[in-house]
Design a binder for this molecule. Structure first.
Ligand SMILES: Nc1ncnc2c1ncn2[C@@H]1O[C@H](COP(=O)(O)OP(=O)(O)OP(=O)(O)O)[C@@H](O)[C@H]1O
Ligand SMILES: [Mg+2]
Length: 343
């Protein structure tokens, strides 16, 4: 019985992952690919976007986006997932022309954002939204709605609807300085939707919301997508993204490292788990063979990376007269994909 060969890959996989050199936040030197095959027509297209921030005093460079390219289909909810500082907000700011790319192009609803008129059809919920403290909720919605150039009657009707829907109708004439964090967030969502946009950027939309509030935001997003609108969500809350998004992209240090539907990203198996009864002899043997295991409720859960290793382990355990309680195929979760690809 040779357990060594198949089980070697346990440590080999980890070593291979750690051996990958991490790119530094320094000047961007990647080439821009010349051709893209975006499925058309896309509601949002990001083409080879680079962005480097330079500290005004030290001249230190932070490469916030490196050769970012992807497309979002109309009528879908797309999630951009990444840890703090990954570059999510920078990408949205470039799409809204609040910041400018060093290279590359962004198109929204089929138009380059250089043509700013397309932004009239775009809604934006910023992270940490702040409104002028002396304005009431109603005044905020009228002000931001009118900035989009939308018809005043339409803005008024939408404002009343969204205040009602987001549980703020009773607060319509109250100054926003009196709003709690969650109420401010709900008003910010109403602000993003008040001009009836076709494309909506939501940067950390459930930040500060209680569970019913989060649920309501998810329901609203789904309804808007069903109406044919496209939603782009920035988040690092995996559970939210998993529940709401049709497709996601993982961003790390300014680069897209993985993208697809949740099912596509989590479809691969992450290995097998054999469950056997606890015994000191078996523990020692597993230590000797350097096989990872966890002890749960009087059982040992032994982890192996693939089918060959699982079969070899079963043979070895049966040869030692160890009874196997169960054999489980381990599926990847979005969290495990995130940990593997992004952290
Ligand atoms: N105006 C700026 N000047 C200098 N550096 C900036 C500026 N804006 C962003 N950065 C840097 O760019 C990188 C990406 O920042 P960004 O805000 O896009 O990240 P993020 O993914 O939205 O993070 P978070 O999840 O914390 O919101 C970070 O290293 C940040 O420090
Ligand atoms: Mg951000």
């Amino acid at each position: 019985m040779d357990l060594e060969a198949p089980l070697d890959c346990l440590s080999g996989g980890a070593e291979a992952r750690h051996a990958k050199p991490s790119r530094k936040h320094s000047a961007c030197r990647w080439e821009i690919p010349t051709r893209y095959n975006f499925p058309m027509p896309a509601a949002f297209e990001v083409r080879a976007v680079f962005k480097t921030f330079r500290h005004w005093w030290s001249r230190r460079e932070v490469c916030a986006l490196r050769n970012v390219s992807f497309a979002v289909q109309p009528g879908t909810i797309f999630g951009l997932l990444g840890p703090n500082g990954a570059g999510k907000t920078t990408l949205v700011k470039i799409a809204l022309t609040i910041a400018y790319p060093d290279q590359g192009e962004i198109r929204v609803l089929g138009e380059s954002v250089r043509n700013r008129s397309v932004l009239r059809s775009v809604g934006y919920l910023p992270e940490n939204p702040r409104f002028p403290a002396h304005l009431t909720a109603w005044q905020v919605l009228r002000l931001y709605g009118s900035l989009s150039g939308a018809d005043t009657k339409r803005v008024d009707a939408n404002a009343a609807n969204w205040l009602e829907r987001l549980d703020l109708a009773g607060w319509r004439d109250v100054r926003v300085s009196k709003f709690s964090k969650g109420m401010n967030e709900r008003l910010a969502l109403a602000q993003a939707l008040v001009h009836d946009p076709d494309f909506i950027f939501l940067d950390e939309p459930t930040d500060g919301l209680d569970p019913p509030g989060r649920r309501e935001v998810r329901a609203i997003c789904r309804e808007l997508a069903d109406q044919g609108k496209t939603i782009f969500i920035n988040s690092h809350i995996l559970a939210e993204i998993e529940l709401i998004c049709d497709r996601i992209a993982l961003m790390k240090s300014g680069e897209i490292v993985e993208q697809g539907t949740i099912v596509e990203l989590t479809s691969n198996q992450s290995g097998y788990e054999l469950v056997v009864g606890v015994s000191n002899e078996l523990r020692n043997w597993l230590h000797e063979k350097m096989l990872p295991f966890t002890a749960v409720d009087g059982h040992l859960h032994i982890h192996v990376p693939d089918r060959t290793s699982a079969n070899s382990l079963i043979d070895a355990l049966r040869a030692k007269n160890v009874e196997i309680d169960s054999l489980n195929v381990k599926k990847r979760t979005l969290e495990s994909v995130f940990m593997e690809k992004v952290l």
